[in-house]
Design a protein around this ligand. Structure first.
Ligand code: NAP
Length: 234
């Protein structure tokens, strides 16, 4: 196994995921930037290259078991191990809905992308993370997932991110002692397509805590939920 640290970022073609790729790459990590659309992924690679951040592209649609398996095979063949998995990709297609009227099909579709997908990616890549000296999994949650602060509106998005937080807790417990640290992050309200016109945070700030979690030291926390590098209410 080489000393080179390898990271996979899902949904790396734009928004916070792309910025996470940039920050990790500029810290000397070999980043596999994944995207469901090859053209958008390759454009992002070129843009990052122009910003002095070299990354490698591989296609990944987190809702496709075949696509997930192909990524796993690629990482296995090229690197033999994985150090960092950032589950950033997500959709939010339930704006303007309420719990009493959201379409169950919308919820199903969002569960596929925001929960089953990231869990399936974890399942395929955990054997490779176990071959790392310091495996890290970062799951992108949201402040809207907090049960302690739960409110109405965007019910499907809230449900999916709360479920993803459960995935974090489950995997962190099951993987304790393996060297793999698993945490959730709330990036804040960030200026991206998903964040919308009222977002207040810059990409750099939104990516700071996930990158910090991706690079935690061996005695770092696991099974936590973080915002601005501090614990956030579940
Ligand atoms: P964004 O700009 O909408 O980017 C989302 C990314 O996910 C895109 O690259 C998108 O690809 C990708 N994606 C969606 N479905 C996918 C699939 N099935 N397979 C692979 N990739 C897929 O969102 P963002 O604001 O950067 O959000 C990043 C993460 O932060 C998300 O998990 C989001 O829930 C979370 N978050 C964001 C905010 C915020 O204010 N922005 C707040 C709290 C949490 P395409 O370009 O192909 O659509």
């Amino acid at each position: 196994m080489s000393d080179e640290k390898i990271a996979v970022v899902t949904g790396g073609n734009k928004g916070i995921g792309k910025e996470v790729c940039r920050q990790l790459a500029t810290k000397g990590i070999r980043v596999v930037l994944t995207a469901r659309d090859e053209g958008r992924g390759k454009t992002a690679i070129e843009e990052l290259k122009a910003a002095s951040a070299e990354t490698i592209f591989h296609p990944l649609d987190v809702t496709s078991p075949e696509s997930i398996d192909k990524l796993g095979t690629f990482i296995e063949r090229e690197f033999g191990h994985l150090d960092i998995l950032v589950n950033n990709a997500a959709i939010r297609t339930d704006q303007g809905t309420r719990g009493e009227d959201v379409s169950i099909d919308t919820l199903r579709e969002m569960m596929e992308a925001n929960v089953y997908g990231p869990l399936a990616v974890c399942q395929r890549l955990i054997p490779l993370l176990k071959k790392s000296a310091a495996g890290r999994i970062v799951n992108f949650s949201s402040g809207m997932a907090s049960l302690a602060k739960m409110k109405g509106g965007s019910p499907a998005y809230r449900i999916t991110k709360t479920a993803l937080n459960a995935v974090t807790g489950i995997l962190a417990d099951e993987l304790s002692g393996s060297g793999i640290l698993v945490n959730s992050v709330h990036p804040g309200h960030v200026k991206t397509d998903m964040g919308g016109p009222n977002a207040v945070r810059e990409l750099e700030d939104g990516a700071d805590t996930p990158v910090w979690l991706a690079l935690l030291p061996d005695d770092g926390p696991t099974g936590g939920f973080y915002f601005d590098r501090k614990p956030f209410d579940w």
